[in-house]
Design a protein around this ligand. Sequence first.
Ligand code: FES
Length: 243
Amino acid sequence: MEDVDKGKRTFLKAMGVLAAGAAVAGVVTGVVKNVITQPSGLSAFPTLQIVNSDGSPLHTNDVPINEEHPFLFYYPLDNDPNFLLRLSHNTSGEITLPPSRTVIPATGQYFNSPGGVGPHGNVVAYSAICQHLGCVPPIIHYYTPGSAIPGHPSIKASNYPWGVVHCNCHGSTYDPSSGAHVITGPTSHPLPNVILEYDSITDTYKVKSMVGPVIYGKPTDLEGGTPFPSGTKTTPVTELSSI
Ligand code: FES
């Protein structure tokens, strides 16, 4: 009788160990699965409403013309800052910026830049991370037509009547009127271009995707950050530091 009880206890103990082992294995599998399925980045560019810092939809008049420190918004992930510029020509004012072909000096390849949108076709957006070594606003910012550009006295309003984007870290200059192409190095890449969509009925803006070089410091535009929590609108940029 005692041997039978002993045998039963040994059997039950063995079952207990197996059950505990299975439970642990289940937990471990769950953890591994969780780690593997955690979202990191995106599989495609999202379409997001561009909003003001109070969360309301951005309208054209929320964007000052030729603003030295332009409106910033994050896209496609919540740590990727972009400029939104409403440009005015030095003499002609708010006129349409047509699509253009923009060269990437580093490779000799071209990409199609979208041109401007908005009621006058002069609102454009670009990555606000310098393509040379990653400096961010306010070190890289917009200079109105005819402003003195440090170290570049030859950049004049007559040559660049829409103004320029210039990075004070090491002197790279980009033309925001045509694909943010490179005016002066050391960068050998234009700023990545942001594709915008304008709704003329509501006077609001959506951001749809990006073209051109990959955002500086990232393996792809869609990796290396967190998607927006709402999945429907951008988030305002509050503070930046160079990377
Ligand atoms: S990081 Fe902008 S010029 Fe070097």
